[in-house]
Design a protein. Structure first.
Ligand SMILES: Cc1cc2nc3c(=O)[nH]c(=O)nc-3n(C[C@H](O)[C@H](O)[C@H](O)COP(=O)(O)OP(=O)(O)OC[C@H]3O[C@@H](n4cnc5c(N)ncnc54)[C@H](O)[C@@H]3O)c2cc1C
Ligand SMILES: Cc1cc2nc3c(=O)[nH]c(=O)nc-3n(C[C@H](O)[C@H](O)[C@H](O)COP(=O)(O)OP(=O)(O)OC[C@H]3O[C@@H](n4cnc5c(N)ncnc54)[C@H](O)[C@@H]3O)c2cc1C
Ligand code: SF4
Ligand code: FES
Lengths: 469, 284
């Protein structure tokens, strides 16, 4: 058991940095960038925590993770104890420890921000979850009670998995229907291996299966079976099909060969493992110069993937300035370290091709920032006559995703809004008494942990409703 | 799951498999397709549902070996299981009783996907006039089944080894010249160039025509846009907005260029797989 420091000593310690692959090396592989803490490093970092009462950090966590409690266990070198504390509220700790925007959540709320740097809560969560996975330690056990009530869940992304996990623990018979051939949603098809190794997602999915959750892969709700049929067959239905339909720019030349949506590009690379072509059968093409249009996390993932697939130049084209970029600061920094170029205040107007239908470049126009718009960000305006061409072999469009209508079309009595998202209250209840919805398909593209939170709330509400029947 | 219940070789390059897939069989309708993956490292390939039986829980596919993935599929045996098999995908054909004649045109491997549409149209009470064609006699498939599904069957081969010498479009043109009025709707499925030519003939006679677009796909559920095609000047996703579209509105040239997107990689993959199969064969 490590020493508990006095508050004054805690304040003197610096945040423990995390070792990572060097940029020159990592642009040649798909291995995870940061290495994670060692036990010693985790303890050092944990020792900085002030154990606030009430804790500020927890208020910033959408999954109510018992942060000071698990950190205390790390100091006690009781990693299993720490793991059990986290698992009380979060079914996906190894994932969240890696991909949550902690700077806006727990770490953003941590009192230590006032005294310097916040506690590295994400890194500690990751350390604890990795410990369990490496030792194959599992706390998953089937519920001892069986309620003989059946719940169907559409989609195996974080929202679906979190809901399934909570309901299974309560004794429900839970069946997940997943359209793809692998479970995990964006965690497997969107977020790249170098940020979230797929073995980790598989492990966390397996833990949920251990609870008795059945996952039917290759099953498209709306086509293989309708939501209406699920409503007939089950006591409750949770819709968590995400918002994965890609948006395009609607500019000339967008159907040339070499133009991808970020969804397609990342699906080919992550889900289908095109980065191991021809060992894996799905091809992908990048060429020497890849241009990614967009400034969010998806754009950063796409551009860093393009670099690793061999692009000599990988360029972000974004219509506002650096300050307005929605991507996490850490992602932008990682991209810069990897030699990604940024063409800011730049907007594409046309994709240029050759006589074989291949992309050869993208015509752009420079922008300047005008008055703030509804989002409070300054609205970009074209600078007339500033058109110029960026040579490119590949153009990847990463300007957002929207709702896919397949599920909603087959769900009679479940209301959607004008963008096709399900209308649901804060407990996930939709306009149909047997149907709940949550995650990106309610909120629009958001975060893993918000989806987890939505899944948990829906599970609680489903349990309350079905217990009354 | 997804066991190959039966497999038949119909020509040098054409095979048919019957796959155990009860959920797909239950929901399948004419015009829809499936996506399958042969093994864990395989790609997702779309194939039309040639036939299905909800009671017995199988789906029939007919495929031509054109590259690595179809070759991989063709060397799997009865009793083997596919890694994934998902469907039915896409919007079903808009079939109904049109109170008259319908014209059905299937070219090469396209005969397989057009068959369930012809069958359904006949069941619904239409008078089905079918034209099937291929390069040469050996590549004419499902003749008996097409005869059964049609009231009239015409056959064409490019080289004249069977039926009328020439293209399906010649027969199509003749029929429309004679009885354009009587023909209530037209379906054509086959290689893109054939569908393009059929559309040209239909346009000449001022007729609407359905074609089924086999663009390159990944998920097949509207989540990636790989399959996008220009229809009436708008971008559509073949997997969810189609695969059938009014040919009169389709930009076939763009579609054909898009199909060549991975030519180099496809050739590399095919060579490697052929080499592997040769090695395995020589090792006994
Ligand atoms: C490239 C990328 C990077 C991201 N990076 C981060 C990050 O670093 N941190 C973060 O917090 N968030 C990130 N996000 C956002 C985050 O991944 C999503 O907000 C989250 O995954 C939403 O979870 P969900 O369960 O609602 O939906 P999804 O994860 O989208 O899962 C939905 C599932 O439903 C399935 N499905 C869809 N339709 C059907 C159907 N008809 N029948 C059956 N199944 C169906 C889908 O195949 C999918 O598996 C990223 C998103 C992307 C695209
Ligand atoms: C909705 C739909 C239904 C289809 N139905 C059938 C069917 O019933 N029977 C059948 O044999 N084929 C069908 N196809 C085509 C089939 O999917 C492709 O032939 C197959 O994916 C080729 O894979 P491969 O790896 O063997 O060849 P690849 O190596 O990928 O390609 C070899 C050659 O085939 C061409 N090709 C690649 N993908 C396609 C494609 N999607 N369509 C047409 N040509 C392609 C390439 O341009 C190349 O010249 C369908 C396609 C779609 C989209
Ligand atoms: S707010 Fe920061 S210092 Fe306080 S308990 Fe949470 S992690 Fe520890
Ligand atoms: S295949 Fe992905 S959207 Fe059509």
């Amino acid at each position: 058991m490590a020493e508990k420091l006095k508050p004054a000593e805690r304040l003197k310690k610096d945040r423990v940095p995390m070792r990572a692959q060097e940029p020159e090396e990592r642009i040649n592989n798909f291995l995870e960038v940061p290495f994670g803490y060692s036990l010693q490093e985790a303890i050092e970092e944990a020792q900085r925590c002030l154990q606030c009462k009430p804790p500020y950090c927890v208020a910033g966590c959408p999954a109510d993770v018992r942060i000071p409690e698990f950190i205390e266990k790390i100091i006690e070198e009781d990693i299993k104890g720490a793991f059990l504390e986290i698992k009380k509220t979060n079914a996906l700790p190894a994932v969240c420890g890696r991909v949550c925007p902690q700077e806006e959540q727990c770490e953003g709320a941590c009192i230590m921000n006032k005294k310097g740097k916040p506690i590295a809560i994400g890194r500690l969560e990751r350390y604890v979850a990795d410990w369990a996975r490496e030792l194959n330690y599992s706390d998953a056990k089937k519920a001892s009670v069986r309620l003989n009530k059946k719940v169907a869940i559409v989609g195996s992304g974080p929202a679906g998995l979190a809901c399934a996990s909570d309901l299974a623990k309560l004794g429900y018979d839970v069946t997940i229907y997943e359209a793809l051939h692998k479970a995990g949603g964006v965690l497997v098809y969107g977020i790249p291996e170098f940020r979230l190794p797929k073995a980790i997602v598989d492990y966390e999915v397996d833990q949920i299966k251990e609870l008795g959750v059945e996952i039917n892969l290759n099953y498209v709700i709306g086509l293989t079976k309708s939501v209406d049929e699920l409503i007939q067959e089950y006591d409750a239905v949770f819709l968590a099909n995400g918002a994965g339909a890609p948006s395009f720019l609607n500019i000339p030349g967008e159907n040339l060969n070499g133009v991808y949506s970020a969804s397609e590009f990342l699906t080919r690379s992550n889900l289908m493992k095109a980065y191991e072509f021809p060992n894996y059968a799905t091809p992908i093409r990048v060429g020497e110069r890849a241009v990614v249009v967009g400034g969010g996390n998806v754009a950063m993932d796409a551009v860093r993937t393009a670099k690793r697939l061999g692009a000599k130049e990988a360029i972000i084209v974004y219509r506002r300035s650096r300050k307005e970029m929605p991507a996490r600061a850490e992602e932008i920094e990682h991209a810069e370290e990897e030699g990604i170029k940024f063409e800011l205040l730049t907007n594409p107007v046309k994709v240029l091709g050759d006589e074989y239908g291949n992309v050869v470049g993208i015509e752009c126009v420079r922008m300047e920032l005008g008055e703030p718009d509804e989002s409070g960000r300054r609205r970009p305006k074209e600078i007339k006559g500033s058109n110029f061409v960026i040579d490119a072999d590949t153009v990847i469009v990463a300007i957002g995703q929207s709702a896919n209508p397949i599920v909603a079309r087959s769900a009679t009595g479940v209301e959607t809004n004008k963008w096709g998202y399900f209308v649901a209250d804060e407990n996930g209840k939709t306009t149909h008494p047997k149907v709940w919805a949550g995650g990106d398909i309610v909120t629009g593209a958001a975060t893993v942990i918000l989806a987890v939170g939505a899944g948990k709330k829906a599970a609680k509400s489903i349990h309350e409703t079905l217990s009354r029947q | 799951m997804y066991k190959i219940l039966k497999k038949q070789k119909w020509s040098d390059t054409i095979y048919s498999n019957w796959i155990e897939a009860p959920f797909v069989a239950k929901a399948a309708q004419p015009g829809q397709f499936i996506i399958l993956i042969t093994n864990q490292k395989g790609e997702r390939i779309p194939l039309t549902i040639a036939d299905s039986n909800a009671k017995e829980g199988w789906v029939q596919i007919v495929y031509q070996v054109v590259g690595a993935s179809t070759l991989e599929l063709s060397v799997m045996n009865e009793g083997d299981s596919l890694y994934a098999f998902v469907g039915p995908l896409g919007i079903p054909s808009e079939v109904e009783n049109f109170g008259g004649k319908v014209l059905i045109i299937g070219g090469g491997i396209g005969i397989a996907p057009i068959h369930p549409i012809a069958k359904k149209l006949k069941e619904l009470g239409n008078y089905v006039v079918s034209i099937i064609g291929a390069r040469t006699k050996d590549l004419i498939i499902m003749e008996d089944k097409m005869r059964e599904a049609s009231n009239e069957l015409h056959i064409a081969t490019d080289d004249g080894t069977y039926g009328q010498k020439g293209f399906v479009t010649n027969i199509m043109d003749d029929i429309l010249k004679k009885e354009s009025e009587a023909i209530k709707d037209i379906w054509a499925i086959g290689p893109p160039i054939m569908m393009k030519m059929c559309t040209r003939v239909a346009n000449e006679h001022n007729k609407q025509i359905w074609v089924s677009l086999n663009s390159i796909m990944v998920d097949g559920t509207g989540m990636c846009g790989a399959c996008r095609v220009s229809v009436g000047g708008k971008t559509k996703f073949a997997c969810v907005d189609g695969p059938e579209f009014r040919g009169n509105l389709v930009n076939f040239d763009e579609m054909m260029l898009r199909q060549k997107q991975y030519c180099d990689q496809e050739r590399e993959a095919l060579m490697l797989l052929e080499e592997k199969i040769r090695r395995q064969a020589s090792n006994g």
